[in-house]
Design a protein around this ligand. Structure first.
Ligand code: DQA
Length: 157
């Protein structure tokens, strides 16, 4: 059976497409999910893509991941910079975590430079727009040991 990766999205990410397009682009979260899902399928994984504006709901999904997922990709939105509760939840779950952001949070305001998700994550992908999610799926597939897309060509002599 294909391994499942939860992709959890925090507050205001449901507004992508119309929200500050100069920063976040014009792609909707549904379009981003479709691209990430296609990538996951090609690598032999199943994505469970979710969004909530509620910190409590996000934490509940992290807890559920213990039983239902093999890895977590998390864009916690602004909770990235505020939520010790989310950090504790991610630490309580013994699963690989990858933090993603559409924008490069380190090139923005100082308050975005601090992430409470990062200490619980294997790594952070930030600044590639919707593509950040596909890159995170690639990285997670490697962490979970999925099918490799890389074909090594042998030199014929
Ligand atoms: C974001 C960056 C956060 O600072 C911000 O609060 C968001 C989106 C991103 O994906 O670039 O809501 O997580």
């Amino acid at each position: 059976m294909a391994k499942t990766i939860f992709v959890l999205n925090g507050p205001n990410l449901n507004l992508l497409g119309s929200r500050e397009p100069g920063i976040y682009g014009r792609e909707t979260l549904i379009q981003i999910a479709a691209r990430a899902e296609a990538r996951a399928k090609a690598l032999g994984f199943k994505l469970d893509f979710r969004q909530s504006n509620s910190e409590a709901e996000l934490i509940g999904w992290v807890h559920a991941a213990r039983e239902e997922a093999d890895g977590l990709i998390v864009n916690a939105g602004a909770y990235t910079h505020t939520s010790i509760a989310l950090l504790d939840a991610l630490r309580a779950v013994a699963l690989p975590v990858i933090e993603v952001h559409l924008s490069n949070i380190f090139a923005r305001e100082d308050f975005r430079h601090r992430s409470y998700v990062a200490p619980a994550a294997q790594g952070v992908i930030s600044g590639f727009g919707g593509q950040s999610y596909e890159l995170a799926v690639d990285a997670m597939a490697r962490l979970l040991g999925g099918k490799s897309k890389t074909k090594i060509k042998k030199n014929k002599k």
